[in-house]
Design a protein around this ligand. Structure first.
Ligand SMILES: [Zn+2]
Length: 478
């Protein structure tokens, strides 16, 4: 018997409606009948609250809560439910078990997404091995629902954030024990996809590609979007189809963690492995267990290191004191390196005296890469200050691409300038113009500026803080 958990009580979600008097339908009632999510549902019997693990095949009025870990939609006629326009295949799971569900709809599909918390009311549970649907490992039971037509069935999609904590533990998770079947992405791609049952991989979203429409061999139009997944060992592509693309809209590159159970595998065109999502795949979004917390932290650190153009943090350093205070130290690059390695927690500022060994203004201007930013986990470049993300259509403001400066050198060492984080003020002091003015410049002017700046020797005011994770340029003077 699984330990009990405090599931939200049904009374909290279900308000009893006062039955309306008279006969005939109002327009509102007709609309409600067509859209079961709006329908006033007044059940004639009592439903027993149950965890999914306690559900047993057979007739009984039960209600249970679970998160959507797989969803797909089929439009078409069903012999069993001729009034249905189509149905969803769903897998719902709570902390201890999962159930597969065939959910019919009469006209409009349900706005279902991965990760949503649903409450289901039904009066019959089936044995999953005795139905016509695919048998899924660890999914033993099955329910058929047609809310709106079958008066004993009902469904509720919870959108209230107070339910965020519910049903987040992976199946088979026990505190202080490794999650059974969990493997790294690298071992999964190398050999784990080959006949290993109960495989789980834990990954973070790296990027989310744009939605594309393709025509299949059968002539049907389908939407797809490609996402890149990673863990500390490898990277893999994954193609999302149909309603799964909408689910991915809420995912954040570098932040959202997925636990994928029973993933599909196919060899990608690059020869690398692709992760597939099939009927038996279960996707837990931001699951609650120590490995997921670890990966989230790892991803945050990685994003900080790899990100091209982090926003300049305000209020970390006292720039006024750094430039005009009593304690103004001149460091060599070797000394900074030593400080950062031995006392990474120390927040400090100082001066360095360096020479610009190389400028790449012309190159980046020609490549249309003078400015950069990041959206949807993808670096975005332009020669202008403003553009829109091709993926999510968000308007973006770009900042100067730190790679327009090559190596900086002093007597003790060098630093790749692309690794520095420049404040807007430092950029302006260095270039003698604002980024907006730079973006207006023509090819010849750019070339002249580049030549003026090569081998320039200057003092830079820098700041270090572990939370920023890279050397910041606060200002400069010749
Ligand atoms: Zn975007």
């Amino acid at each position: 018997m699984a330990p009990t958990q405090a599931y939200p009580s049904i009374q909290a979600f279900y308000k009893r409606e006062v039955p309306t008097q008279g006969d005939g339908f109002t327009e509102g009632e007709l609309a409600d009948a067509l859209d079961p999510l709006n329908r006033k549902w007044d059940p004639e019997r009592e439903y027993e609250e149950s965890g999914i693990a306690e559900l047993v095949p057979g007739p009984k009025a039960v209600t249970f809560v679970g998160r959507v870990v797989n969803v797909s939609t089929v439009w078409g006629r069903s012999q069993k439910q001729p009034k249905a326009a189509g149905w969803h295949y769903l897998i719902l799971k709570d902390d201890f078990a999962a159930i597969s569900i065939k959910l019919y709809f009469s006209r409009k599909e349900y706005p279902l997404k991965l990760g949503q918390l649903l409450t289901i009311w039904t009066v019959f549970i089936s044995d999953a091995s005795k139905t016509d649907t695919t048998v899924i490992p660890s999914v033993l039971i099955y329910a058929n629902l047609f809310p709106g037509r079958v008066t004993s069935d009902h469904i509720m999609i919870h959108t209230n954030s107070s339910t965020d904590e519910i049903c987040r533990a992976p199946l088979d998770y026990h505190k202080d024990r490794a999650l059974p079947g969990l493997m790294t992405l690298d071992s999964y791609i190398r050999s784990g996809h080959d006949g290993v049952a109960g495989v789980k991989i834990l990954v973070c979203i790296k990027s989310i590609g744009a939605r594309k429409r393709i025509t299949t061999k059968k002539g049907a139009e389908r939407d797809l979007a490609e996402i890149i997944l990673f863990d500390h060992t490898s990277e893999a592509r994954c193609t999302l189809w149909g309603e799964l693309i909408d689910s991915a809209k809420d995912w954040q590159p570098g932040k959202t963690i997925l636990l994928i159970s029973n993933p599909g595998y196919r060899v990608g065109y690059s020869g690398k492995g692709n992760i597939g999502i099939q009927h038996s795949t279960m996707i837990d979004i931001n699951p609650e267990f120590p490995d997921a917390h670890w990966l989230k932290k790892y991803a945050a650190g990685l994003t900080k290191k790899e990100s091209l153009c982090l926003e300049f943090p305000e209020d970390v350093w006292d720039i006024e004191a750094a430039e005009h205070g009593i304690y103004r130290n001149l460091y060599t690059l070797a000394e900074i390196d030593e400080w950062v390695r031995s006392e990474p927690r120390q927040v400090f500022t100082g001066y360095i005296n360096v020479t610009i060994m190389e400028m790449s203004l012309v190159l980046h201007h020609r490549r249309n890469m003078l400015m950069c930013t990041e959206c949807c986990g993808i670096p975005i470049y332009a020669n202008t200050l403003h553009t829109t993300c091709l993926n999510c259509s968000k308007p973006l403001t770009l900042s100067l691409n730190p790679k327009i400066i090559g190596t900086l050198l002093d007597e003790t060492g060098s630093i790749a300038a692309g690794k520095l984080l420049w404040s807007a003020r430092a950029w302006e002091q260095l270039l003698g113009r604002t980024p907006a003015q730079l973006s207006d410049m023509k090819g010849e002017e750019i070339r002249a500026l580049e030549q003026r700046m090569g081998f320039l020797r200057m003092h830079l005011v820098f700041g270090w803080a572990e939370s920023v994770g890279r050397l910041a340029v606060l200002g400069m003077c010749m």
